[in-house]
Design a protein around this ligand. Structure first.
Ligand SMILES: [Cu+2]
Length: 167
């Protein structure tokens, strides 16, 4: 009688214990990050940039609205600070060490007549992993013009900015 009681108790508890163990073991899956783009002063550009780390490259999906139709530069900037009204607080472009020229790390965003743009691209100059390429805590900036001058000091118009946060 006592033995039967213990057996029933064990059967009830086992699924709970197993469930808890499995929750701890389940692999985290691919590293993901996201930047929610907020407009700078004087415009209404907004959007989302989602990033997923694959084994060698970073998949970047950008969906932006409220843009002037046409092509716009979209860049990773070194500081994760979009607090300035013109997003100048995001600082300069992010250039990983050993990358002498910042040549386009992201292709241009091309907005349609409704001001919508979507970009899906794989890049290898940025990562969500612990490395010199890590961009978590940096920012994504969308610009008002098609291509930025190579002068690193050039700021240019910044339409939207979002801090890259881990998901
Ligand atoms: Cu930029």
């Amino acid at each position: 009688m006592v033995k039967k009681f213990i057996l029933v108790g064990t059967l009830l508890i086992t699924p709970l214990v197993l469930g808890a163990c499995m929750a701890g073991i389940v692999p985290a899956g691919p590293e993901r990050a996201e930047a929610l783009l907020d407009s700078t002063a004087g415009n209404s550009v907004s959007g989302k940039v989602s990033m997923t780390q694959t084994s060698k490259r970073l998949r970047v999906v950008a969906e932006v609205s409220g843009l002037p139709p046409g092509a716009h530069a979209i860049r990773i900037h070194e500081k994760g600070d979009c607090s300035a009204p013109d997003a100048s607080s995001a600082g300069d472009y992010f250039r990983p060490p050993g990358v002498p020229d910042r040549s386009d790390d992201l292709p241009q965003l091309v907005a349609n007549r409704k001001g919508l743009a979507k970009l899906v691209v794989y890049i290898d100059r940025a990562a969500l992993l612990e490395s010199e390429m890590n961009i978590i805590g940096r920012s994504v900036v969308v610009h008002g013009f098609t291509a930025e001058p190579r002068n690193p000091q050039a700021s240019g118009t910044r339409l939207a900015c979002g801090v890259i946060v881990k998901k």
